[in-house]
Design a protein around this ligand. Sequence first.
Ligand SMILES: *[C@@H]1O[C@H](CO)[C@@H](O)[C@H](O)[C@H]1NC(C)=O
Ligand SMILES: *[C@@H]1O[C@H](CO)[C@@H](O)[C@H](O)[C@H]1NC(C)=O
Length: 273
Amino acid sequence: MEWGPPHCLTPGSFPSCDLILLLGLGAGQSLTATPPRPVLPPSKPHQGTKVWRAVRAVKASLVQGPAETPGEQLFHWSSIPHGRLPGLRVLLLSGCSWVAVSALCTSSCPLLRTLDVQWVEGLKDAQMRDLLSPPTDNRPGQLDNRSKLRNVEDLRLAGLDITDTSLRLIIHYMPLLSKLDLSYCNHVTDQSVNILTAAGTTTRDSLTDINLSVCNRVTDQSLTYFKRCGSICHIDLRYCKQVTKEGCDQFIAEMSVSVQFELIEEKLLQKIS
Ligand SMILES: *[C@@H]1O[C@H](CO)[C@@H](O)[C@H](O)[C@H]1NC(C)=O
Ligand SMILES: *[C@@H]1O[C@H](CO)[C@@H](O)[C@H](O)[C@H]1NC(C)=O
């Protein structure tokens, strides 16, 4: 086990959150759950201090938790004293096992804004349903039957075996979702994009960033669906074999009536602000 700065955070780039918990277990990589050195953005020292303390609490729980197979570490939500991280807003669990992530299916799950469950082993539609459904362990008298993930704005699902069933749940339970990463999701198709941008869905208006890179079943047809999205700013279709330069050019031309887009890289579309 090695403690080192996670690659996802560089000094001065702390996300604006009360507390942050970092847990990164890349496939075949060493554990990188660690506090980055608190190099604080000058304007927000207080925030940085909180970040540091939270990460220390987590580090302690990791060390105490029983290690499973080598290179695999379970995160025991319950090992964090109850109510200790209610302000947690960013949770990065990329590459962890579903067993670890399933700890979020309880009423003590904080109201996250960012959830990264990329490449989580065993996370499919059924588990997605467990994650999104309102928790069932409410204490008597506790009437909150809403999803604990209702405040999520940034959801990273790269590399998961999920289908449109999960996307429908996401639309239903995450009305504030603005950034969605579905890269490397093999089951994502044009129909998925159709669902995300259909009339009456919240995602149609809330989505600003979508990542569909390396989704090989996505074609130029998806770009015509994105024209319905009122807030879309970034569309990553890199390495989608069935998306063409002509399709991107046509999207830019047709959108230009109202919004200017440009290709900042092949198949990477960005709104010109
Ligand atoms: C959730 O609770 C509200 C009132 O607290 C109620 O109106 C609603 O029907 C409930 N929803 C479900 C799915 O139980
Ligand atoms: C989209 O996802 C890929 C792979 O997961 C990643 O490398 C890329 O940086 C992401 N694109 C954006 C714009 O964040």
